[in-house]
Design a protein around this ligand. Sequence first.
Ligand code: AMP
Ligand code: ZN
Length: 493
Amino acid sequence: MQLYKSQPLKVYNSLNGQKEVFESISEGYVGMYVCGPTVYSNVHLGNCRTFMSFDMIFRYLKHLGYKVRYVRNITDAGHLENDADEGEDKIAKKARLERIEPMEVVQRYTVDFHTILQKFNFLPPSIEPTATGHIIEQIEIIKDIIEKGFAYEINGSVYFNVPKFNDSHNYGKLSGRKLEDMISNTRELTAQDEKKSPQDFALWKKAEPQHIMRWPSPWGDGFPGWHLECTAMSTKYLGKTFDIHGGGMDLKFPHHECEIAQAEASNGTSPVKYWMHANMLTMNGKKMAKSTGNNILPEEIFTGENNILSKAFSPTVVRFFMMQAHYTSILDLSNDALLASEKGYTKLMDAINAIEALNTSNTSTFDVSAWRQKCYDAMNDDFNSPTLIAHLFEAVKQINALKEGKASITESDKTLLQETLNAFVFDVLGLENKNTSATDSDKLPDVVSLLIQLRKEARDNKDFATSDKIRDQLAALGIQLKDGKDGTTFSVS
Ligand code: AMP
Ligand code: ZN
């Protein structure tokens, strides 16, 4: 029996603000779409947090036995500098500034994105489609929306008619906004504006002669609006209605609201059963963002090269830090918080590494099955990773008591404890059992020098058994000692 049948999951649905029992549209299968990065710059740690939240969600759904098709796109065209369909395409701008091809920009930052995610031990999505690879699909959707009367063409651009759509549908249902309020809060249209209403958004933009990222269409050369790619790619790979759509909270409006409008206008159905939004990573209490300069790159954390940091932190410690907050809560990055996470992570790994050697007996003083269910209950409660981690530390306490002979455990409970810890720590949270501190290897010469000193003292005392043991055991670890005129040196193989 698949685990999801015995472990009922609840998810917070942003569409209605309720925690709902998760029931996938097709039993045993989950379709999940997450808005991916716009590849015009290096991903910052804030971006990574959102993707990591969904990596953990993907991992848990898989752990429960669902067959998950996880689609996370790459935005390589159409994302303008400004949400109001104005400004340059972010990728084209970078290409212009650097005097390179837009696809060179895309390639460089897609590689960076994948490299960073790999360091964080992400699972790759099932499909990673690009906007430029789906221009034909986007054009087809625009034609359909025009035909259904919810979009209009003007001067080679096509806009979605929001007031018209709102007459028969509900524009604003995800973000809780009302069209009337939006209208009264926006400036009047000027003579240069092409849109009929300021709320209308671009499905297709005419390319001015200098715009290099352009494709032919029934309305002339141009490029797709940003919101459209996600409608095209999610419905192409997951169907007209699919289970989960995710992204950062900042995408709720206008991006996701527009996705709903496009899909409803074109397909006549609501595209998503559960909308899920991950909360922001902040630094100094302010949202981490590329545009404001208030951000930190993952590489700066891995090397310690940023003046908010006292040292380097490994990717798995940063991942543990992220998992200590619920994905819907704001999380603030600081050196102290990372130091505390490193300590906690080390304690957890030390306990996991100690299980194998624990002695077993006829009785257990710790109810492992009940503890295991508490771990599931935490994750079943809208992927509550901080509560899960609190339960993992209950196990750490028990393992330490067992080590000290203050508790007992049966062989089968020990196996269950080990399996459960491995499942939650490595499979679900995606942590890795690693030497955490980037500076640990720097300590090796000091540690070996200490052992060389102890070996010398043993030899001076004619305790050759100890001195040989030190030499042989270091050799077994790949560290060779070499005695010379000026003392003993070592080499690592
Ligand atoms: P972008 O590349 O700008 O399209 O953003 C990629 C993803 O990162 C989106 O889902 C954003 O919501 C998310 N994001 C951007 N800034 C932050 C932040 N400070 N914390 C968490 N997620 C963020
Ligand atoms: Zn999107």
